[in-house]
Design a protein around this ligand. Structure first.
Ligand code: HEC
Length: 149
């Protein structure tokens, strides 16, 4: 009987944790982190991606990134058309052979604990974190992205 109860408690805990992970939303969880860590360079005053692309060196030189501050802007860097850019730039590199982190990873926090916590949040939000580019991403992989609003 005791074993069953422990088992039930563990199962409940697992389900609660899973529910929390899949409940991560842009509005509630991602946006506050984005506003703190990313908006100074990717905010409403930043150029649209295509404008940015027209003068990448110029903008980068001034420390200005492309606009990403709305839900609709941000998801273009998760799915289409900038397939997986968000994942490749934010990844800590731990799963890669060269262990090299993406160049936006450093902006996730002031210290390693904060960066890892915020990376975990972005990962939960994206749902299917992989570092593949464009045509290497399958239809199944694209459709298993979560990116809840
Ligand atoms: C200090 C300024 C700055 C901060 C802060 C910053 N970025 Fe960036 N980001 C840039 C610049 C400049 C570029 C373009 C140059 C490059 O590709 O590295 C860029 C490029 C990117 C790209 C590549 C998009 C593409 O399609 O090529 C992504 C994704 C990104 N940033 C996400 C983020 C996220 C998420 C955060 C917050 C955790 C963040 N950045 C914080 C300046 C910044």
């Amino acid at each position: 009987m005791k074993k069953v109860m422990v088992g039930t408690a563990l199962l409940t805990l697992t389900l609660v944790l899973q529910a929390q992970a899949s409940d991560v939303s842009w509005q509630k969880d991602v946006k506050p982190v984005f506003d703190r860590q990313c908006a100074s360079c990717h905010g409403a005053d930043s150029p649209e991606h295509e404008v940015f692309a027209g003068d990448k060196k110029g903008f980068t030189g001034k420390g200005v990134g492309m606009r990403m501050d709305t839900y609709n802007h941000l998801i273009t860097h998760v799915g289409w058309p900038y397939n997986g850019a968000l994942m490749r730039r934010l990844d800590d590199g731990s799963g890669k052979a060269d262990k090299k982190a993406g160049n936006m990873y450093e902006h996730l926090g002031a210290n390693e604990n904060e960066r890892q916590a915020n990376l975990a949040l972005f990962k939960d939000w994206v749902g299917n974190w992989n570092l593949k580019r464009g045509k290497d991403v399958s239809k199944e992989e694209l459709s298993s992205l979560k990116v809840k609003y």
